[in-house]
Design a protein around this ligand. Structure first.
Ligand SMILES: [Mn+2]
Length: 356
């Protein structure tokens, strides 16, 4: 298994690649062209420039997170044909640059959702937090009104202001869409791109929905065993696989992640490891990677990977804000220090299970 670290590019990430290289065992940078909008083609020149820069620092560029999917594809509109053709061209260009795995998601309207970005922990650090009731009890129309008033009550990171300005239209477009319809639109997309993936040896790794339950009446496709089974069944190619995210799946207490990872490890191309501390009301805090600090059994999840000779890519996922790191400059959850400690914890688990 290859250890990696997510990085948001020279314009967006204050963490120098020179520092990432100093985290023991880290050989890969998980990257993306973050200025690209969903549906746009990533050109060969743009890809080469980024890949060459990362590689010039001695790091590899095998994994991209994410190439986002245009809403017209998720909605199954006629205009999806153009966006699927663009996606295929992007995959061809990425494969030509040596990229092996593409992480993406198929969530309607929102990328990940939290209610607090700097929730104080007892040790003086802060972490992202989600209060389930605040999300579950919010009617989409109330939510739209909150955004129109400029409320900061809910945090929806990763969405550019242009997208938030369109939130009303997006909700209207998705109104009434069922899980079955969304899955059919997913199948249409994956069936269209998989021949390209097989031809050019580039694997698709869909990320679980975060949080792993319905929010604002929007359906979910990647949140529990039943739905992941249905999702994988739409196309049997091994090039249609998962990003197994232990933090996302860990926010649903019904997910037995050890059982799930054992079941899906052969279709898993990328794994995000983080711990969450899930309480009885379904609220969760993103804690340190250590098993004892939360409700995810990180040690035994790593053991499943080792026992199954997992040869894909792994990265620490969100970390806390620790050691006084400037929370304004790094993206929430994506500071250097706690993720570097996460890697060392994972390295310890990996070594403990592989050393003879
Ligand atoms: Mn993740």
């Amino acid at each position: 298994m290859k250890m990696s670290f997510r990085w948001f590019g020279r314009d967006n990430d204050p963490i120098p690649l020179e520092y990432i290289r100093q985290i023991p065992g880290t050989e890969e940078v998980v990257w993306a062209l973050h200025h690209k909008k969903p549906g746009e083609i990533w050109t060969k020149d743009e890809i080469d420039e980024e890949v060459n820069f990362i590689q010039s620092l001695g790091l590899k560029t095998s994994v991209v997170e994410s190439v986002n999917i245009h809403d017209d594809i998720k909605l199954g509109l006629d205009s999806r044909e153009e966006y699927i053709a663009n996606y295929i061209e992007t995959l061809e260009n990425l494969a030509a640059a040596g990229v092996k795995v593409v992480c993406y998601n198929f969530m309607p309207v929102f990328d990940w959702t939290r209610t607090e970005l700097f929730h104080p922990l007892a040790d003086g650090s802060t972490a992202m937090y989600m209060e389930k009731a605040q999300i579950i009890d919010t009617d989409p129309h109330e939510l739209i009104a909150m955004f129109e008033k400029g409320s900061k009550g809910l945090t929806l990171p990763g969405w550019e202001p242009e997208r938030m300005a369109k939130i009303k239209e997006l909700f209207a477009a998705y109104e009434g869409i069922t899980g079955e319809e969304l899955r059919a639109n997913f199948k249409y997309f994956i069936d269209a791109i998989i021949p390209t993936c097989e031809k050019h040896d580039i694997k698709m790794a869909i990320h679980p929905d975060d949080p792993p339950f319905e929010i604002f009446n929007l359906p979910r496709l990647v949140n529990n065993q039943k739905n992941i089974d249905l999702l994988l069944e739409v196309n049997d190619s091994p090039y249609h696989g998962l990003t197994f995210c232990t933090g996302s799946l860990g926010a649903n207490p019904e997910n037995d992640q050890i059982e799930m990872l054992e079941k899906y490890v052969d279709r898993t191309h990328f794994i995000h490891i983080r711990n969450v501390d899930l309480d009885e009301e379904g609220n969760f805090t993103e804690v340190s990677h250590r098993t004892a600090d939360g409700t995810v059994d990180v040690v035994n999840l790593v053991k499943v990977l080792i026992d199954n000779d997992f040869d894909g890519y792994i990265r620490p996922d969100h970390g806390r804000n620790v050691f006084g790191e400037d929370a304004d400059s790094v993206r929430p959850g994506y500071g250097l220090y706690d993720r570097a400690m996460g890697i060392m914890y994972l390295n310890g688990c990996i070594d403990a299970f592989t050393t003879t």
